[in-house]
Design a binder for this molecule. Structure first.
Ligand SMILES: [Fe+2]
Length: 244
């Protein structure tokens, strides 16, 4: 197979190529979450917006996106059917999880990575002193739809956004109408909520890679003894923060 230069070029996605979507999700108008910008970079992701721009559509076996959020902004409690991995690019973030968001929390800083298991309700907020930016990866070519915590759907109702079973987000404040035959997403039942596994901070923290705790591997690859700069990471101090 020959891959021509043009094919390579479309795989290079510059930061300036990213297109922000401020109406990507049902909480887009909920105060406290209304300043989020979401980016769909590789694959369809889970955006509920018909206006999203995908930089690279080709199936990769995973989805790669990002979120930019000013200080104090929160991404509401939700879950996915696949694993979701966050990579903090800028800022300080508090992640919290559980059906009501109180089972545990973790504070992540730049370079930290957090892999959250499927079906666990999770949320995050920018608690740094400036704008924050993080990348996120969702598994599989099609990661399915977001499941929102019941309280998120109820709160969003008051701000004019309606989420349909077919994945469309209707903005009634922009004059859009809910089609007569459409089925509106309803909150998951208490029975379904009771089936969601509970994960303690102690267990969840094993899902976090701390940039400061990185350990060097000097002979990881076949070419590690070839001339040139050695490929090496430096160990650093353990992080001392609240949460896990
Ligand atoms: Fe998510």
């Amino acid at each position: 197979m020959t891959i021509v230069k043009e094919e390579f070029k479309k795989r290079v996605i510059l930061f300036e190529d990213l297109v922000a979507d401020r109406t990507a999700f049902i909480d887009a108008k909920t105060p406290g979450s209304d300043k989020k910008e979401n980016y769909t970079i590789i694959g369809p992701g889970v955006s509920e917006s018909s206006k999203r721009v995908i930089n690279l559509v080709e199936a990769h076996g995973f989805n790669f996106g990002a979120a930019a959020m000013p200080y104090g902004t929160k991404n509401s409690l939700h879950s996915h059917l696949t694993a979701e991995v966050f990579i903090v690019a800028k800022g300080t973030w508090r992640f919290f999880w559980g059906n009501d968001g109180t089972e545990g929390e973790a504070i992540l800083k730049e370079g930290d990575v957090f892999s959250i298991p499927p079906k666990i309700f999770r949320a995050f907020e920018n608690i740094g002193s400036d704008d924050g930016f993080l990348y996120c990866i969702l598994g599989e070519d099609n990661p399915g739809k977001v499941t929102w915590a019941p309280q998120v759907l109820r709160t969003a109702e008051g701000y004019g956004l309606v989420l349909l079973e077919d994945g469309r987000l209707i903005d009634t404040t922009a004059g859009e109408e809910v089609p007569g035959h459409a089925k509106v997403v309803t909150p998951i039942s208490n029975e379904e909520l009771a089936k969601v596994p509970k994960i303690s901070e102690e267990v969840m923290c094993k899902q976090i890679f701390r940039f400061q705790d990185r350990v060097p591997h000097e002979e990881s690859y076949l070419d590690c003894r070839l001339s040139g700069e050695p490929k090496k990471l430096r160990p650093d101090r353990a992080w001392n923060g609240r949460g896990c």
